[in-house]
Design a protein around this ligand. Structure first.
Ligand SMILES: Nc1ncnc2c1ncn2[C@@H]1O[C@H](COP(=O)(O)OP(=O)(O)OP(=O)(O)O)[C@@H](O)[C@H]1O
Ligand SMILES: [Mg+2]
Length: 454
C-alpha cells in the first residue's frame, strides 16, 4: 500500500475527512470567538463612555463670569490629545461652547443631548463616524446645558480588527497543527495495512509461505482466512503433483508388461504387424508418462519459489551447471543493457526453461554457446540462446516442440526438453521460437510486459 495519499486510497479519504473536519471546526471557533469578543468590547466601550459623560457632567459648572468651565480636566488623558478620537463638548444657549483639547477642529452635534437621560447614537465626529453619548441639565437661568462625549467608531473597529488578526493567525497555526497530527494519526491507524502490503510483497516474491505478522482485530480474520486458503491451495497442489507422479509410476508396470507381451507377439507368426502397432503406442504412452513426470517435478504452483527474475543473476548458476555438463563447450553470457533488471516471472520455471535451451545448445554446439539478454526501452525483454552447431531443417523445426521428437539419434535424450520448454513458456506468458542463424540454431524467449499480469 502506498504511504502517500494517492487517488482512490484510504489515506486520501481520511485526509479529506480530517481536513473538512478541521476547517469546519476552526471556522466555527473563528466566527463565535469574533462575535463574542466584539459584543464584549462594544459593551465595555459603551459603559466607559457612559462613565465619561457622567464625569463630564459632574466636573462642569458655570463660573462667576457666567462662562462654562470644568473644575478639573477629565481623568482620561486621551481627551487632551489633538484628534485622538476621544472628544467632549458642553454647549448652552448664550454661553461660549466648551470643547476638549483633542477637538482641534469640528463640532459635535448637540441634538443627541436633548434629555436628562443619557442617550447614545452613531454620529459624524471630527475625525469620522463616532459613538456619541449625551444628556442635558438645567443651568442657573433654567437654560439647557448639553453634554456630549464621542469616541471614533474606528477605535472600536481597530480593537476588534487587531483581535481578529491575532485570532486568525493563532487559528491557522492550530489548523496546521491539527492537520499534521491528523496525518500522523492516519499513518498510525493505517500502519497495519502497510505491514500487510509488505507481507503480500514477500509472499509474491516467494520469500514467505504465508502472510506473516500480527494484525488488528479488524483485519486479523481476513489475514487468517487468506493464510488458511494459501496453505490449503499449496497442500492441494502438492497432493495433485504427488498423485500425478504416482499415477504415472503406476502406469509404468502395466506398460512394461504390455511392451513385453507385444515383443513376444512379434515373434509369433502373423504377429509382427499388431506387435509393431502395440509397441508404437506403448512408446508414445511412455513418452507421455515421462513428460508428465518431468512437468510434475517443475515448479509451477510451488509456493516457495521467487516470483521475480533478477538479471543477470538468474543465468549464473545455470551457466555454472552447463559448464560442468558440457566441459568441452565454451559458454558466453552477454547481458547488454539488462544489468539490474527484474522481471515478474517465477524464477524456478524461468531457470528451467533456460536450462533446457542451454542444454540443447551445449549438446549440438561445435564449440561455443552464447546466452544473450536484450532489454528494450518499452520494457520487453529477450533471452536468446545461440549455438554454432548445424541447426535444424525446416521440417525438423516444425516438429521440434512435439513430445518425443528427436532428430539426432547419436546423442542421448528423451525428446521431451523442447516440449517441456514450450509448456513452461506458455505457463509464464512468454513466447518461444527456434530459428536457424548463420552460425547455428537460435532459441528466442520473449517477455512482453503487457502479456503478464503483475
Ligand atoms: N540446438 C540444437 N541444434 C540442433 N538440433 C537441436 C537443437 N536443440 C534441439 N535439437 C533437436 O531437437 C530435438 C528435440 O530436442 P529436445 O530437447 O526436445 O530433446 P532432446 O534434447 O533430444 O532430449 P531431452 O532434452 O529430453 O533430454 C533434439 O533431439 C535435436 O534433434
Ligand atoms: Mg534437450
Amino acid at each position: 500500500m502506498s504511504s502517500r495519499p494517492v487517488p482512490g486510497s484510504l489515506r486520501l479519504r481520511f485526509l479529506l475527512a480530517i481536513t473538512l473536519w478541521v476547517v469546519l471546526g476552526i471556522g466555527a471557533i473563528w466566527f463565535s470567538a469574533v462575535g463574542i469578543f466584539s459584543k464584549h468590547v462594544e459593551e465595555s466601550y459603551h459603559e466607559e463612555l457612559e462613565v465619561h459623560v457622567r464625569e463630564l457632567g459632574r466636573l462642569a459648572e458655570v463660573g462667576p463670569d457666567g462662562q462654562l468651565r470644568l473644575t478639573r480636566p477629565l481623568s482620561d488623558p486621551r481627551y487632551e490629545e489633538p484628534l485622538s478620537g476621544f472628544y467632549w463638548q458642553i454647549t448652552a444657549r448664550n454661553r461660549q461652547a466648551l470643547r476638549s483639547e483633542s477637538m482641534t477642529r469640528g463640532t459635535l452635534d448637540e441634538h443627541i443631548a436633548h434629555s436628562p437621560e443619557i442617550l447614545h447614537t452613531l454620529e459624524n465626529g471630527p475625525s469620522g463616524p463616532a459613538i456619541t453619548y449625551g444628556f442635558t441639565r438645567k443651568g442657573p437661568s433654567d437654560e439647557d446645558i448639553h453634554f456630549v462625549i464621542a469616541t471614533d467608531q474606528s477605535e472600536l473597529d481597530r480593537l476588534i480588527g487587531s483581535f481578529t488578526r491575532d485570532l486568525s493567525l493563532w487559528l491557522v497555526g492550530l489548523g496546521v497543527f491539527l492537520l499534521a497530527t491528523g496525518m500522523a494519526i492516519i499513518s498510525f491507524g493505517l500502519h497495519p495495512l502497510d505491514r500487510l502490503s509488505v507481507a503480500i510483497g514477500r509472499l509474491r516474491r516467494g520469500e514467505a509461505q504465508d502472510l506473516e505478522g500480527r494484525y488488528p482485530a479488524e483485519i486479523a480474520p481476513l489475514v487468517a482466512d487468506l493464510n488458511a486458503y494459501l496453505h490449503q491451495n499449496a497442500d492441494m497442489i502438492a497432493k495433485s503433483r504427488v498423485q500425478a507422479a504416482n499415477l504415472a509410476h503406476s502406469l509404468r508396470t502395466p506398460l512394461a508388461v504390455i511392451t513385453d507381451e507385444a515383443e513376444r507377439l512379434g515373434e509369433t507368426a502373423g504377429g509382427r504387424e499388431p506387435s509393431k502397432v502395440l509397441l508404437d503406442q506403448a512408446r508414445a504412452m511412455e513418452q507421455q508418462i515421462d513428460f508428465q513426470l518431468a512437468r510434475a517435478r517443475s515448479s509451477t504452483g510451488q509456493p516457495y519459489s521467487a516470483r521475480w527474475v533478477r538479471l543477470p543473476e538468474v543465468a549464473e548458476p545455470i551457466l555454472r551447471a552447463m559448464k560442468r555438463l558440457h566441459p568441452d563447450k565454451h559458454f558466453v553470457l552477454e547481458t547488454n543493457n539488462c544489468d539490474g533488471v527484474q522481471l515478474p516471472l517465477d524464477e524456478v520455471d524461468y531457470s528451467e526453461l533456460l536450462s533446457i535451451l542451454l542444454d540443447n545448445a551445449g549438446k549440438w554446439a561445435t564449440r561455443e554457446v552464447k546466452l544473450q539478454f536484450v532489454c528494450e526501452p518499452n520494457q520487453s525483454f529477450t533471452a536468446r540462446v545461440i549455438d554454432d552447431g548445424s541447426g535444424m531443417t525446416e521440417k525438423e523445426l516444425s516438429h521440434a516442440f512435439e513430445i518425443g521428437s528427436r532428430f539426432d539419434r547419436q546423442k542421448s535424450g528423451s525428446g521431451l526438453g523442447l516440449a517441456i520448454a514450450r509448456d513452461l513458456a506458455d505457463a509464464l506468458g512468454l513466447t518461444l521460437d527456434l530459428s536457424n542463424t548463420p552460425s547455428g540454431l537460435a532459441a528466442t524467449v520473449c517477455f512482453h510486459p503487457a502479456s503478464i499480469e503483475r
